[in-house]
Ligand binder design. Structure first.
Ligand code: NAD
Length: 314
C-alpha cells in the first residue's frame, strides 16, 4: 500500500511510519517541523527511519501544498496525525489550533476526495468527551461540552470527516487516542516532564490534589490500533476509542515514575489548570471487536519502559 502519514516526524507519527515501513508498505511523510517542541527531535525521528520514507516538508494549512502532495503521491491511504496537540496552549492561541486542526484537516479531506483516495484515518482525542458524565466513555455518547479549543477543533474535524464519508462515500475512521506515552513521547506531556524534573532533582508542578484520572495508552498499543483501523471494512464512517481501559490517578502516576527512576519527587502543588479534564476512561469494547485491538502494556510495565528510554537519551 502507498500510505501518507501526516505529522510523521512527530511522536506517534514516527512510530506509525516505522511500523508500516516494517510491514513492507511504501510510506511518505508530511510535516512542517514547527517549533512547538524542539524540531531537532522531529528531525531525529525522521532520521531514525533511515531514509526509507519519502518526506514532503510543508504546512497542511497551505492548500496548494496539500493538493500538490496528494496529487503527486497517488496514495491508497492517508493517516492524518499532523496537528497542534497541546491542550493548555490551545487556550492561549485558539486561532492556530483552528487553522491547523480544522482547516488543515479539511485541506487533506478535500484533496483526498479530489484524488479519489479511498481511506482516511484521523487522529482524534479523548478530549472530545469533555464533560461527558458516563464513564468509561463509549463512542456513541452524546458530547455536551468540550473544555478547550484543542478539544473543540478535534470534534469539529471529526464532523468534517463524517461529512466526507456521507457526501462522497470516502472511508473515514476517527481514532480517539487516550493520553499516549512511550519512547519518544512529546516533551510537553506530563509523564515526560515529570520524569525529567524528578531525574534532575527539580520540583514537579502537580495541578489539583492528585486525584485526576487518566487512561494512559502505550505507544505500541496505539500503533496496533492504527494498523487495525487501516484494515477496517465496516461503515464508511466510524469512530473508535484507543485507550488501555484502565485509569491511573496523577498521584499513582508520580509514584510509578519515582519507582522507575529510584528517586523521590519534590511536589509543588498548584490549583487545577484551565482546559484539563478531571477524568478520561476509554471503553474499548468496539475497537476490540472490530479492529482486533488488544492493548498489552499496563502503566506498571509501560512507565519503566519509558524511563529506560528517557535515561538512554541523557
Ligand atoms: P506531535 O506534536 O509529536 O506530532 C504532530 C506532528 O504534526 C509534529 O511533528 C508537527 O511538526 C506536525 N505538524 C503540526 N502542525 C503541522 C502543520 N500545520 N503542517 C504540517 N505538519 C504539522 O504530537 P503527537 O503526540 O504525536 O500527536 C499526533 C496526533 O495524535 C495529533 O493529531 C494529536 O492531536 C493526536 N493525539 C495525541 C495524543 C497524545 O497523547 N500524544 C492524545 C490524543 C490525540
Amino acid at each position: 500500500m502507498k500510505i501518507l502519514v501526516t505529522g510523521g516526524a512527530g511522536f506517534i507519527g514516527s512510530h506509525v511510519a516505522a511500523r508500516f515501513l516494517r510491514d513492507g508498505h511504501e510510506v511518505s511523510i508530511v510535516d512542517d517541523f514547527n517549533d512547538y517542541y524542539d524540531p531537532r527531535i522531529k528531525r531525529a525521528n525522521v532520521a531514525a527511519l533511515g531514509g526509507a520514507a519519502r518526506l514532503f516538508e510543508g504546512d497542511i494549512r497551505d492548500r496548494d501544498f496539500v493538493e500538490g502532495v496528494i496529487s503527486e503521491g497517488a496514495f491508497d491511504a492517508i493517516i492524518h496525525l499532523a496537528a497542534r496537540a497541546g491542550v493548555r496552549p490551545s487556550v492561549k492561541n485558539p486561532q492556530l489550533y483552528i487553522d491547523t486542526n480544522i482547516t488543515g484537516t479539511h485541506n487533506l479531506l478535500a484533496a483526498a476526495h479530489r484524488s479519489g483516495i479511498g481511506r482516511f484515518l484521523f487522529a482524534s482525542s479523548s478530549s472530545v468527551y469533555g464533560l461527558a458524565k458516563t464513564v468509561p466513555f463509549t463512542e456513541d455518547l452524546p458530547l455536551p461540552q468540550t473544555l478547550s479549543p484543542y478539544a473543540a477543533t478535534k470534534l469539529a474535524a471529526e464532523q468534517l470527516c463524517g461529512n466526507y464519508a456521507h457526501l462522497y462515500g470516502m472511508r473515514v475512521v476517527c481514532l480517539r487516542f487516550f493520553t499516549v506515552y512511550g519512547p519518544g513521547q512529546r516533551p510537553d506531556l506530563a509523564i515526560h516532564k515529570f520524569t525529567d524534573s524528578i531525574h534532575r532533582g527539580q520540583p514537579i508542578p502537580q495541578y489539583g490534589d492528585g486525584s485526576t484520572r487518566r487512561d494512559y495508552t502505550y505507544i505500541d498499543d496505539i500503533v496496533q490500533g492504527v494498523a487495525g483501523a487501516l484494515r477496517y471494512e465496516g461503515p464508511a464512517f466510524d469512530i473508535f476509542n484507543l485507550g488501555e481501559n484502565q485509569t491511573t490517578t496523577l498521584s499513582e502516576l508520580i509514584i510509578e515514575i519515582e519507582k522507575a527512576l529510584g528517586k523521590k519527587a519534590i511536589i509543588e502543588r498548584h490549583p487545577e489548570q484551565q482546559g484539563d479534564m478531571p477524568l478520561t476512561a476509554a471503553d474499548i469494547t468496539k475497537a476490540r471487536q472490530f479492529l482486533g485491538y488488544n492493548p498489552q502494556t499496563k502503566i506498571r510495565e509501560g512507565i519503566p519502559k519509558f524511563v529506560e528510554w528517557y535515561l538512554s537519551t541523557r
